[in-house]
Design a binder for this molecule. Structure first.
Ligand SMILES: Nc1ncnc2c1ncn2[C@@H]1O[C@H](COP(=O)(O)OP(=O)(O)O)[C@@H](O)[C@H]1O
Ligand SMILES: N[C@@H](CCOP(=O)(O)O)C(=O)O
Length: 310
Protein backbone atom coordinates (compact mmCIF):
# COMPACT_ATOMS: atom_id res chain seq x y z
CA UNK A 1 0.00 0.00 0.00
CA UNK A 2 1.28 3.51 -0.86
CA UNK A 3 -0.35 6.64 0.63
CA UNK A 4 0.64 9.99 -0.87
CA UNK A 5 -0.31 13.50 0.31
CA UNK A 6 -0.22 16.52 -2.05
CA UNK A 7 -0.51 20.04 -0.54
CA UNK A 8 -2.62 22.99 -1.65
CA UNK A 9 -0.94 25.71 -3.68
CA UNK A 10 -1.34 29.39 -4.55
CA UNK A 11 -0.79 29.94 -8.28
CA UNK A 12 0.54 33.26 -9.67
CA UNK A 13 1.10 34.89 -6.24
CA UNK A 14 0.07 38.19 -7.87
CA UNK A 15 3.24 39.01 -9.77
CA UNK A 16 3.98 35.75 -11.63
CA UNK A 17 0.96 34.77 -13.71
CA UNK A 18 1.46 31.09 -14.69
CA UNK A 19 5.14 31.50 -13.62
CA UNK A 20 5.17 31.53 -9.79
CA UNK A 21 3.46 29.23 -7.33
CA UNK A 22 3.68 28.50 -3.60
CA UNK A 23 2.80 25.30 -1.73
CA UNK A 24 1.10 26.00 1.60
CA UNK A 25 0.20 24.18 4.80
CA UNK A 26 -1.82 25.36 7.81
CA UNK A 27 0.47 26.46 10.66
CA UNK A 28 -1.62 24.36 13.09
CA UNK A 29 -0.36 21.17 11.40
CA UNK A 30 -3.68 20.26 9.76
CA UNK A 31 -3.45 18.82 6.24
CA UNK A 32 -4.82 21.00 3.39
CA UNK A 33 -4.56 18.85 0.28
CA UNK A 34 -5.61 15.60 -1.36
CA UNK A 35 -4.46 12.11 -0.38
CA UNK A 36 -4.21 9.14 -2.73
CA UNK A 37 -3.81 5.54 -1.57
CA UNK A 38 -2.84 2.80 -4.02
CA UNK A 39 -2.69 -0.96 -3.61
CA UNK A 40 -2.31 -3.87 -5.98
CA UNK A 41 -5.58 -5.28 -7.36
CA UNK A 42 -6.84 -7.71 -9.99
CA UNK A 43 -8.34 -4.83 -11.97
CA UNK A 44 -8.46 -1.01 -11.94
CA UNK A 45 -10.72 0.36 -9.25
CA UNK A 46 -11.30 3.96 -8.02
CA UNK A 47 -12.94 4.93 -4.74
CA UNK A 48 -13.67 8.57 -3.94
CA UNK A 49 -13.82 9.68 -0.30
CA UNK A 50 -13.22 12.95 1.55
CA UNK A 51 -15.16 16.14 2.26
CA UNK A 52 -15.38 17.25 -1.39
CA UNK A 53 -15.87 13.83 -3.06
CA UNK A 54 -19.45 14.91 -3.81
CA UNK A 55 -18.09 17.52 -6.23
CA UNK A 56 -16.31 14.93 -8.38
CA UNK A 57 -17.70 13.89 -11.77
CA UNK A 58 -19.86 10.77 -11.65
CA UNK A 59 -18.30 9.50 -14.89
CA UNK A 60 -15.07 7.78 -13.78
CA UNK A 61 -13.33 8.72 -17.04
CA UNK A 62 -13.81 12.41 -16.22
CA UNK A 63 -12.09 12.00 -12.84
CA UNK A 64 -8.53 13.36 -12.93
CA UNK A 65 -7.32 10.24 -11.10
CA UNK A 66 -8.57 8.05 -13.97
CA UNK A 67 -6.99 10.43 -16.53
CA UNK A 68 -3.63 10.17 -14.73
CA UNK A 69 -3.88 6.36 -14.58
CA UNK A 70 -4.85 6.16 -18.26
CA UNK A 71 -1.94 8.40 -19.32
CA UNK A 72 0.50 6.33 -17.25
CA UNK A 73 -0.76 3.01 -18.69
CA UNK A 74 -0.20 4.38 -22.21
CA UNK A 75 3.31 5.56 -21.34
CA UNK A 76 4.45 2.22 -19.92
CA UNK A 77 2.42 0.22 -22.45
CA UNK A 78 0.41 -1.91 -20.07
CA UNK A 79 -2.72 -1.83 -17.88
CA UNK A 80 -1.67 -1.10 -14.30
CA UNK A 81 -3.85 -3.24 -11.99
CA UNK A 82 -4.44 -1.15 -8.90
CA UNK A 83 -7.14 -0.01 -6.54
CA UNK A 84 -6.93 3.75 -5.92
CA UNK A 85 -8.65 5.64 -3.12
CA UNK A 86 -8.79 9.43 -3.57
CA UNK A 87 -9.43 11.41 -0.40
CA UNK A 88 -10.77 14.59 -2.01
CA UNK A 89 -10.19 17.17 0.69
CA UNK A 90 -9.66 20.16 -1.64
CA UNK A 91 -12.72 21.97 -2.99
CA UNK A 92 -12.97 21.98 -6.78
CA UNK A 93 -12.79 25.37 -8.53
CA UNK A 94 -11.40 26.92 -5.34
CA UNK A 95 -8.21 28.55 -6.57
CA UNK A 96 -6.07 26.38 -4.26
CA UNK A 97 -4.80 23.96 -6.88
CA UNK A 98 -7.44 21.30 -6.28
CA UNK A 99 -6.86 19.66 -9.65
CA UNK A 100 -3.10 19.84 -9.11
CA UNK A 101 -3.42 18.04 -5.76
CA UNK A 102 -5.19 15.10 -7.41
CA UNK A 103 -2.85 15.07 -10.41
CA UNK A 104 0.37 15.18 -8.36
CA UNK A 105 -0.73 12.74 -5.67
CA UNK A 106 -1.95 10.20 -8.23
CA UNK A 107 1.07 10.38 -10.55
CA UNK A 108 3.59 10.23 -7.69
CA UNK A 109 1.75 7.22 -6.24
CA UNK A 110 1.50 5.33 -9.56
CA UNK A 111 5.11 6.15 -10.47
CA UNK A 112 6.28 4.75 -7.12
CA UNK A 113 4.03 1.69 -7.51
CA UNK A 114 5.66 1.02 -10.92
CA UNK A 115 9.21 1.44 -9.50
CA UNK A 116 9.67 4.97 -10.87
CA UNK A 117 9.85 4.52 -14.66
CA UNK A 118 9.54 8.33 -14.95
CA UNK A 119 12.09 10.76 -13.46
CA UNK A 120 10.89 13.88 -11.65
CA UNK A 121 11.13 16.08 -14.73
CA UNK A 122 9.18 13.62 -16.89
CA UNK A 123 6.58 13.32 -14.12
CA UNK A 124 6.21 17.11 -13.77
CA UNK A 125 5.92 17.48 -17.54
CA UNK A 126 3.07 14.92 -17.52
CA UNK A 127 1.43 16.80 -14.62
CA UNK A 128 1.41 19.98 -16.71
CA UNK A 129 -0.03 18.16 -19.74
CA UNK A 130 -2.93 16.79 -17.67
CA UNK A 131 -3.46 20.16 -15.96
CA UNK A 132 -3.65 21.69 -19.44
CA UNK A 133 -6.27 19.16 -20.60
CA UNK A 134 -8.45 20.38 -17.72
CA UNK A 135 -7.91 24.15 -17.73
CA UNK A 136 -7.44 24.72 -21.46
CA UNK A 137 -3.70 25.19 -21.59
CA UNK A 138 -0.77 23.75 -19.63
CA UNK A 139 0.37 25.76 -16.61
CA UNK A 140 2.81 24.54 -13.97
CA UNK A 141 2.35 27.10 -11.20
CA UNK A 142 0.17 24.74 -9.17
CA UNK A 143 1.66 21.31 -9.98
CA UNK A 144 5.30 22.43 -9.55
CA UNK A 145 4.97 23.84 -6.01
CA UNK A 146 2.54 21.05 -5.06
CA UNK A 147 5.12 18.48 -6.24
CA UNK A 148 8.40 20.09 -5.10
CA UNK A 149 7.12 22.36 -2.29
CA UNK A 150 8.22 25.89 -1.46
CA UNK A 151 8.10 28.78 -3.93
CA UNK A 152 8.62 27.62 -7.52
CA UNK A 153 9.59 29.74 -10.55
CA UNK A 154 8.63 28.19 -13.88
CA UNK A 155 11.80 28.17 -16.01
CA UNK A 156 11.11 25.72 -18.87
CA UNK A 157 14.72 25.80 -20.09
CA UNK A 158 17.81 23.56 -19.99
CA UNK A 159 15.75 20.52 -18.98
CA UNK A 160 14.28 22.38 -15.98
CA UNK A 161 10.54 23.03 -15.79
CA UNK A 162 10.78 24.87 -12.48
CA UNK A 163 13.31 25.81 -9.82
CA UNK A 164 12.87 26.87 -6.21
CA UNK A 165 13.47 30.49 -5.30
CA UNK A 166 14.13 31.86 -1.81
CA UNK A 167 11.12 33.05 0.17
CA UNK A 168 10.62 35.12 3.31
CA UNK A 169 10.37 32.86 6.35
CA UNK A 170 8.58 35.50 8.45
CA UNK A 171 5.67 35.81 6.00
CA UNK A 172 2.38 34.35 7.21
CA UNK A 173 0.05 33.25 4.38
CA UNK A 174 -3.71 33.36 5.05
CA UNK A 175 -6.07 31.73 2.53
CA UNK A 176 -9.84 32.25 2.54
CA UNK A 177 -12.12 30.18 0.31
CA UNK A 178 -15.65 31.68 0.38
CA UNK A 179 -17.36 28.37 -0.41
CA UNK A 180 -18.21 29.15 -4.05
CA UNK A 181 -16.61 27.85 -7.28
CA UNK A 182 -14.82 29.62 -10.15
CA UNK A 183 -13.54 27.23 -12.80
CA UNK A 184 -9.95 27.82 -13.86
CA UNK A 185 -10.87 27.48 -17.52
CA UNK A 186 -13.55 30.20 -17.29
CA UNK A 187 -11.26 32.52 -15.30
CA UNK A 188 -8.60 32.04 -18.00
CA UNK A 189 -11.04 32.67 -20.83
CA UNK A 190 -11.86 36.20 -19.61
CA UNK A 191 -8.23 37.35 -19.81
CA UNK A 192 -7.09 39.37 -22.86
CA UNK A 193 -5.32 37.42 -25.58
CA UNK A 194 -2.88 40.35 -25.95
CA UNK A 195 -1.51 43.04 -23.62
CA UNK A 196 -0.10 46.51 -24.46
CA UNK A 197 3.69 46.91 -24.68
CA UNK A 198 3.52 49.22 -21.65
CA UNK A 199 1.89 46.47 -19.56
CA UNK A 200 4.43 43.91 -20.76
CA UNK A 201 7.36 46.13 -19.76
CA UNK A 202 5.76 46.94 -16.38
CA UNK A 203 5.07 43.24 -15.73
CA UNK A 204 8.71 42.38 -16.55
CA UNK A 205 9.84 45.08 -14.11
CA UNK A 206 7.62 43.74 -11.34
CA UNK A 207 8.49 40.06 -11.84
CA UNK A 208 12.24 40.57 -12.34
CA UNK A 209 12.31 42.92 -9.37
CA UNK A 210 10.41 40.45 -7.19
CA UNK A 211 12.84 37.64 -8.04
CA UNK A 212 15.80 39.98 -7.33
CA UNK A 213 14.23 41.05 -4.00
CA UNK A 214 13.68 37.39 -3.09
CA UNK A 215 17.34 36.46 -3.71
CA UNK A 216 18.60 39.52 -1.85
CA UNK A 217 16.00 39.00 0.90
CA UNK A 218 14.60 42.53 0.64
CA UNK A 219 11.11 41.87 2.04
CA UNK A 220 9.72 45.42 1.73
CA UNK A 221 10.89 45.64 -1.91
CA UNK A 222 9.42 42.21 -2.72
CA UNK A 223 6.07 43.27 -1.28
CA UNK A 224 5.99 46.54 -3.27
CA UNK A 225 6.68 44.60 -6.49
CA UNK A 226 4.22 41.79 -5.73
CA UNK A 227 1.41 43.30 -7.87
CA UNK A 228 -0.96 41.56 -10.29
CA UNK A 229 -1.46 43.64 -13.46
CA UNK A 230 -2.21 40.59 -15.64
CA UNK A 231 -5.19 38.81 -14.05
CA UNK A 232 -6.59 40.78 -11.09
CA UNK A 233 -7.94 43.71 -13.20
CA UNK A 234 -10.16 41.21 -15.09
CA UNK A 235 -10.85 38.53 -12.48
CA UNK A 236 -11.87 40.84 -9.62
CA UNK A 237 -15.30 41.08 -11.23
CA UNK A 238 -15.76 37.35 -10.54
CA UNK A 239 -15.30 37.85 -6.79
CA UNK A 240 -18.10 39.73 -4.97
CA UNK A 241 -16.90 42.92 -3.19
CA UNK A 242 -13.28 42.11 -4.05
CA UNK A 243 -11.91 45.68 -3.80
CA UNK A 244 -13.87 46.40 -0.59
CA UNK A 245 -12.50 43.20 1.04
CA UNK A 246 -8.98 44.02 -0.16
CA UNK A 247 -9.13 47.57 1.26
CA UNK A 248 -10.45 46.40 4.63
CA UNK A 249 -7.89 43.60 4.98
CA UNK A 250 -5.00 45.96 4.14
CA UNK A 251 -6.41 48.42 6.70
CA UNK A 252 -6.29 45.61 9.27
CA UNK A 253 -2.51 45.39 8.75
CA UNK A 254 -1.98 42.91 5.90
CA UNK A 255 1.23 43.56 3.93
CA UNK A 256 -0.07 42.01 0.69
CA UNK A 257 -3.33 40.68 -0.77
CA UNK A 258 -4.32 38.90 -3.95
CA UNK A 259 -6.37 36.31 -5.79
CA UNK A 260 -5.13 32.78 -5.14
CA UNK A 261 -4.75 31.15 -8.57
CA UNK A 262 -7.90 31.81 -10.56
CA UNK A 263 -9.95 32.39 -7.38
CA UNK A 264 -12.30 32.78 -5.61
CA UNK A 265 -9.86 32.03 -2.80
CA UNK A 266 -7.97 35.16 -1.77
CA UNK A 267 -4.57 35.12 -0.09
CA UNK A 268 -3.26 37.59 2.45
CA UNK A 269 0.33 38.03 3.64
CA UNK A 270 1.07 39.21 7.18
CA UNK A 271 4.24 39.36 9.26
CA UNK A 272 2.55 39.48 12.67
CA UNK A 273 0.70 36.58 14.36
CA UNK A 274 -1.83 38.83 16.17
CA UNK A 275 -2.72 40.70 12.96
CA UNK A 276 -2.99 37.36 11.11
CA UNK A 277 -5.43 36.00 13.71
CA UNK A 278 -7.46 39.23 13.57
CA UNK A 279 -7.66 39.17 9.77
CA UNK A 280 -8.53 35.46 9.81
CA UNK A 281 -11.45 36.19 12.15
CA UNK A 282 -12.58 39.12 10.00
CA UNK A 283 -12.50 37.03 6.81
CA UNK A 284 -14.40 34.17 8.50
CA UNK A 285 -17.13 36.67 9.38
CA UNK A 286 -17.18 38.77 6.21
CA UNK A 287 -15.84 36.71 3.27
CA UNK A 288 -17.29 33.21 3.70
CA UNK A 289 -20.56 32.72 1.82
CA UNK A 290 -21.63 29.40 3.39
CA UNK A 291 -20.58 26.70 5.86
CA UNK A 292 -18.41 25.03 3.21
CA UNK A 293 -16.02 27.99 3.15
CA UNK A 294 -12.86 28.13 5.25
CA UNK A 295 -9.97 30.35 6.35
CA UNK A 296 -6.52 28.91 7.14
CA UNK A 297 -3.45 30.64 8.56
CA UNK A 298 -0.61 28.99 6.67
CA UNK A 299 3.10 28.86 6.03
CA UNK A 300 4.94 27.73 2.92
CA UNK A 301 5.01 23.93 2.68
CA UNK A 302 8.64 23.15 1.92
CA UNK A 303 8.16 19.36 1.79
CA UNK A 304 5.80 19.20 -1.19
CA UNK A 305 4.12 15.93 -2.12
CA UNK A 306 5.15 13.12 0.20
CA UNK A 307 4.55 9.56 1.33
CA UNK A 308 2.44 9.49 4.50
CA UNK A 309 1.85 5.75 4.64
CA UNK A 310 3.16 2.43 3.29
N1 LIG B 1 -9.93 14.62 -8.73
C1 LIG B 1 -10.30 15.83 -9.19
N2 LIG B 1 -9.94 16.96 -8.52
C2 LIG B 1 -10.31 18.18 -8.98
N3 LIG B 1 -11.05 18.40 -10.12
C3 LIG B 1 -11.41 17.29 -10.79
C4 LIG B 1 -11.06 15.97 -10.36
N4 LIG B 1 -11.55 15.08 -11.26
C5 LIG B 1 -12.17 15.81 -12.20
N5 LIG B 1 -12.11 17.13 -11.91
C6 LIG B 1 -12.68 18.20 -12.75
O1 LIG B 1 -11.60 19.06 -13.16
C7 LIG B 1 -12.04 20.42 -13.17
C8 LIG B 1 -11.12 21.19 -12.21
O2 LIG B 1 -11.59 22.52 -12.20
P1 LIG B 1 -10.58 23.68 -11.80
O3 LIG B 1 -11.35 24.94 -11.91
O4 LIG B 1 -9.31 23.55 -12.54
O5 LIG B 1 -10.30 23.33 -10.26
P2 LIG B 1 -9.14 24.01 -9.40
O6 LIG B 1 -9.02 25.42 -9.90
O7 LIG B 1 -9.60 23.91 -7.99
O8 LIG B 1 -7.90 23.21 -9.69
C9 LIG B 1 -13.48 20.42 -12.70
O9 LIG B 1 -14.32 20.44 -13.84
C10 LIG B 1 -13.63 19.09 -11.98
O10 LIG B 1 -14.95 18.58 -12.05
N1 LIG C 1 -1.98 30.41 -13.30
C1 LIG C 1 -3.28 29.77 -13.18
C2 LIG C 1 -3.45 29.25 -11.78
C3 LIG C 1 -4.75 28.52 -11.57
O1 LIG C 1 -4.83 28.11 -10.21
P1 LIG C 1 -6.13 27.32 -9.67
O2 LIG C 1 -5.80 26.97 -8.26
O3 LIG C 1 -7.26 28.29 -9.77
O4 LIG C 1 -6.32 26.13 -10.55
C4 LIG C 1 -4.37 30.78 -13.51
O5 LIG C 1 -4.34 31.85 -12.90
O6 LIG C 1 -5.22 30.47 -14.39
Amino acid sequence: MIKIYAPASIGNINVGFDLLGAAISPKNGKLLGDTVTIKSNNTFNLNNTGKFAFQLPKNIKKNIVWKCWNHFCKIIGKKILISITLEKNMPIGSGLGSSACSIVATLVAINKFCNKPLNSRQLLYLMGVIEGEISGDPHYDNVAPCYYGGLQLIINENNYISQSIPFFKDWIWIVAWPGIKISTSSARSILPLKYDKKICIEHSRLLAGFIHASYTQQSKLALKLMKDIIAEPYRMQLIPNYLKIKKQVLNLGAINFGISGSGPTIFVICNNEIIAKNISKWLSKNYLKNNQGFVHICELDTKGTRIIGE
